[in-house]
Design a protein around this ligand. Structure first.
Ligand code: SF4
Length: 268
């Protein structure tokens, strides 16, 4: 059934706003159904629209243990919105390091409220900052940031991945040299999981455009000069940075380190 705008106009005149809302809802459902009609035999290519690729992923691996992982960066928020729009109860995993900005925690609450059909799960380390200090010394992020990232990010990630078959990420190729060869679908040997990166070919301005168009919540720190947001101890604003700029310059800015080790590259 196809519902056109003139029919909606007629319905509004004849039956009032309630009827119009009902028809609009039906129209939206039809649109959603069309998007969710996936031909699994369709070849997956770089040219496939992201929305169709996500629909294909959710359908193709519906019987697998599938998670989205996020640190609530702008890309992650856009990805969550794209996946959520398909109406499936996907699990979103985040690793609270114990050093999140308050703004990040507030964003997590806003996302959970906006997408009640998704399951937001914190799989951060049980090692408290105090226990870490007692065992490894004060301010480990200064004395051995690789070990700190291993304890608070990488080890917990391995635990998540041990229970995951299909891992959906918000990574983009142009984020860094280490991510330049990212594939939309690839086997991640390290985690023994299928890694899906629907945003691989997206650029930051497109992400911002999507976020704005769909009113997706995002971290207010992005408007205060933070191109990316990680732990409080290791994230700094980058002077002059705007929403559309992506740079890892504000991360571990006192060292050569650019990656925490979750996604390969140096840092582990
Ligand atoms: S980003 Fe910094 S504080 Fe966070 S886990 Fe890594 S080294 Fe530790």
């Amino acid at each position: 059934m196809r519902i056109c705008g003139s029919f909606l106009f007629w319905a509004k005149k004849k039956h009032g706003a309630a009827a119009r809302r009902e028809l609009e809802r039906e129209s939206n459902n039809v649109e959603l159904q069309n998007r969710m009609t996936v031909n699994l035999a369709e070849p997956v290519t770089e040219e496939m629209p992201t929305d169709r690729f996500i629909a294909w992923t959710l359908e193709r691996f519906s019987d697998q243990r599938m998670v989205i992982t996020t640190s609530f960066g702008m890309e992650g928020c856009a990805l969550i919105d794209m996946c959520a729009s398909h109406g499936k109860p996907i699990t979103v995993v985040y690793l609270d390091t114990g050093f999140f900005f308050q703004q990040t925690l507030e964003l997590k609450d806003r996302m959970a409220e906006r997408y009640p059909h998704l399951r937001f799960v914190n799989r951060g380390t049980s090692l408290t900052p105090q226990q870490q200090a007692e065992k490894y010394g004060d301010e480990l992020w200064k004395t051995n940031s690789d070990l700190c990232c291993k304890l608070r990010k990488v080890d917990p990630m391995y635990e998540v991945m041990a229970e995951t078959d299909v891992w959906i990420t918000g990574l983009r190729r142009s984020q860094s040299v280490a991510r330049a060869n990212l594939q939309m679908i690839e086997w991640e040997w390290r985690y023994q999981a299928l890694k899906i990166s629907p945003l691989a070919k997206w650029e930051r301005p497109e992400i911002v455009e999507y976020i704005k168009k769909h009113s997706v919540p995002y971290n207010v720190l992005h408007e205060q000069g933070y191109p990316t947001v990680g732990c409080t101890h290791c994230t700094r604003p980058v002077p002059g940075s705007t929403l559309g700029d992506y740079s890892r310059a504000g991360r571990w800015s006192d060292s050569e380190k650019t990656e925490c080790g979750l996604h390969g590259g140096e840092g582990i």
